[in-house]
Ligand binder design. Structure first.
Ligand SMILES: NC(=O)c1ccc[n+]([C@@H]2O[C@H](COP(=O)([O-])OP(=O)(O)OC[C@H]3O[C@@H](n4cnc5c(N)ncnc54)[C@H](O)[C@@H]3O)[C@@H](O)[C@H]2O)c1
Length: 260
């Protein structure tokens, strides 16, 4: 099935986790995919995959560094002047702790990676989306961007910022036929949640098993969410089937009822 045949998509932090799962869904559906990442190990794994896939382009770039993002777009512009979609996927978990225990460095780093990176990518993508006479921007927020998230205040603040950015950009860019939506993933089965559960268990001195059970029970469907679930939602949002869908904040979380 080629729902995304030759659609061009840029994915920030696309060499592992949700970004990589999304890249693979897009490739399967026929898209041409440009990914960047900061991690050399993940990049080399993605480059191996590239050897069998001429539609995948892999770059090293720190998404929070404006100069590096500018250079990345110069490189992508040599391949194409137009894109159909930007997926602002980059985001770090940030620190775990009560607010008295957190440092301003922790806050600054989390906001820089999770919010300012999206600004850089969006700024450099808009001319390419306009040349394309429209397209789609998909921002990765989180369940923490629509609820509070105890012990993760910088992360929650950064993800609420993404919701505000999504709503505003959808209003600004609608006249250019550029649709802007956000996805709020629930608790994803993967490396990041292993780290989050470990940190929370250490901070609260509760077993990892108990913390994991609590995380899963936050969804009324009592389930983990998988990286591919987010990839498939991205695939739909960037397709022509979502042609009139913009300004929406879409939770893919098994109906999360609390986050604590
Ligand atoms: N995993 C979850 O449970 C979950 C839940 C809700 C929302 N999200 C959001 O979804 C997005 C992806 O999450 P994930 O779990 O796949 O992330 P992850 O922590 O697994 O990291 C994915 C990739 O980001 C890269 N990366 C980190 N900093 C970077 C930078 N400055 N520049 C370029 N690449 C960088 C890493 O090298 C890695 O390859 C994030 O925005 C995250 O906040 C994740």
């Amino acid at each position: 099935m080629s729902l995304l045949k030759n659609k061009k998509v840029i994915i920030s932090a696309g060499a592992s986790g949700i970004g990589w799962a999304t890249a693979k869904v897009c490739l399967e559906k026929g898209a041409i995919v440009f990914i960047c990442d900061i991690n050399k190990k993940y990049l080399s794994k993605a480059k191996k995959h590239k050897q069998n896939n001429k539609k995948l382009f892999v770059y090293e770039c720190d998404a929070s560094n404006e100069k590096e993002v500018k250079d990345l777009f110069l490189k992508i512009n040599k391949k194409t002047k137009k894109i159909d979609c930007l997926i602002n996927n980059v985001g770090i978990a940030g620190p775990t702790g009560t607010i008295e225990k957190l440092s301003s460095n922790d806050w600054e780093r989390t906001l820089k990676v999770n919010v300012i990176s999206h600004f850089h990518f969006t700024k450099f993508s808009i001319p390419m989306l306009k040349k394309n006479k429209g397209g789609s921007i998909i921002n990765l927020s989180s369940g923490a961007g629509i609820m509070g998230f105890p012990l993760r205040s910088p992360y929650a603040a950064s993800k609420w910022a993404i919701v505000g950015m999504t709503k505003t950009l959808a209003m600004e860019l609608g006249k250019f036929k550029i649709r802007v939506n956000a996805i709020c993933p629930g608790t994803i089965k993967g490396d990041r949640m292993v780290r989050v559960i470990r940190d929370k268990s250490k901070f609260l001195k509760i077993s990892k098993k108990k913390i994991e059970k609590e995380f899963i029970s936050m969804a009324s469907m009592n389930c983990w969410i998988y990286e591919e679930d987010i990839g498939k939602t991205c695939g739909f949002l960037m397709s022509d089937d979502a042609a009139r869908l913009s300004g929406q904040i879409i939770a893919v979380d098994g109906n999360a009822i609390r986050l604590d």
